[in-house]
Each structure stands twice: as C-alpha cells, then as structure tokens.
Write a protein that binds this ligand. Structure first.
Ligand code: C5P
Length: 220
C-alpha cells in the first residue's frame, strides 16, 4: 500500500495578520510548515509529500527543507486561488499511477499525532474515505447576517472536522474531477467525496490537533 501526502500551504492567512502567511510564522524558531513536514518524515507509511505554496515562497521553502534535512518532499508546486485549487494542482502532479492512499493535511496543523495519521492511512484502505473530527462542546446556533439566531442546532449530530483526511486514490480523483467540472467548492476535501456520492467514515480527532488560524492560536 503506497501512500502520499498533499500539504496545501498556499494560503495568505487573512485571519492571522502579520507580515507573512501563518504557515511560515515560527514556533520554537521553526516555520509551522516545517514542523508539519517533519511529522511526515517520521511516518514510514508515507513515502512522498507534495507541498502547494505561493510561488514567491518557493526559494525560502526549498532552503528550509534543505536546512532541516527533509527527504520526503518530492515536489513543491504552485497553489491556486482556493485551498481546493491548491489540492487539485497537487493531485494532478501526483498522477493516478503510483499511490494507493492519498492523505491531505493542512500545513497549519503541526500538532497531529503520528498515531492518528497511521490510523487514518489504515482505515482509508478499509473505508475509502476517512476524516478525524471532534464533537462540539458548545451549543451551536445558526445565525443570519445581522447576528440574529435563526435556530439552535442539535449538537449530538454535529462534528468539527480536522485533517489529515485520507482517501483511496480512485475516490479522491473522481471526487475532485466531478467537483472541478461542476464548479462545486467546499472547505474540506471530504465534502467533494460526499458530493460525488461516496461514504465518508468519521473517527475521533484530537483536541491538540488545532488549526493555527489566529495569533492567539500560535501563542496558545
Ligand atoms: O484558509 P484555510 O485556513 O482554510 O487554509 C487551510 C490550509 O490550506 C492552509 O495550510 C493554507 O495554507 C492552505 N491553502 C492553500 N491554498 C489556498 C488557500 C489555503 O493551500 N488558496
């Protein structure tokens, strides 16, 4: 079972502020993106990593990859307008021939445990599409554009979804093909798989697997 990881890292991070995209800001003197890539170096099941970035960050990314001795990044490609475009570019680069399982993981989630990544790889082979998620602790309300509550949702049937998301090759390629042909955009990869009519298995995520989005997250 050959497994590749796609790391979308081409966002500009408007919610983060600051002079650089959040994936390049540093935690313990190392860019967040590099923390994330280091994690995949430790996971033997993953033999190849593709990173999507904004082209102006290519030289810096290459330099960091070499300084930190990362061996699995076999391609750095240009991202697109939306996260989905960045992942699509990476899938096209990867091609359909070599890998059985494709993991897609946000560059800004450096704290996922290797155990969870391995579990997702294993279960992807069984279920075809696997995502980690947490049940919300708070009550969730649907609101309108004026901040007025429209209704209170039943939190027992809701979950907040994380990455990595794992897919069998055939499923993720046909889901992306259909979504891009029909101009269907969503904020995670599993939504495209759902749109294409495939089942998606949810497993327990990790509270520590935070998505670094604001300055507070990085301090936290
Ligand atoms: O914007 P958001 O927080 O959802 O981004 C999640 C991940 O997708 C980040 O790692 C970001 O760099 C990446 N992304 C991308 N291409 C875009 C937008 C976001 O690769 N056009």
């Amino acid at each position: 079972m050959k497994c590749a990881a796609i790391i979308p890292a081409a966002g500009i991070g408007t919610r983060f502020g600051g002079s650089m995209p959040k994936q390049f800001s540093e935690y313990e003197s190392i860019p967040i993106l590099i923390h994330t890539l280091k994690l995949f170096e430790r996971i033997n099941e993953v033999t190849s990593v593709i990173v999507a970035i904004t082209p102006s960050w290519e030289d810096y990314t290459n330099e960091m990859i070499s300084i930190h001795g990362l061996n699995k990044v076999n391609k750095i490609i240009a991202g697109g307008m939306e996260r989905q475009d960045s992942v699509f570019n990476a899938l096209i680069t990867l091609g359909t021939n070599v890998y059985d399982i494709i993991l897609i993981h946000d560059a800004v989630r450096p704290f996922v445990s290797p155990e969870l990544v391995r579990k997702i790889i294993l279960l992807s082979n069984e279920f075809g599409a696997v995502i980690p998620a947490l049940k919300p602790k708070e009550t969730i309300k649907q609101i309108d554009e004026n901040g007025m509550v429209q209704k209170t949702l039943d939190r027992s049937v809701l979950c907040a979804v994380q990455t990595p998301q794992g897919f069998k090759k055939g499923i993720i390629f046909s889901a992306y093909k259909k979504a891009m042909e029909e101009n269907f955009y969503a904020t995670d990869d599993a939504a495209l798989v759902e749109f294409a009519g495939f089942p998606v298995k949810v497993i327990d995520g990790e509270e520590t697997n935070i998505k670094i989005t604001t300055q507070f997250d990085i301090q936290f």
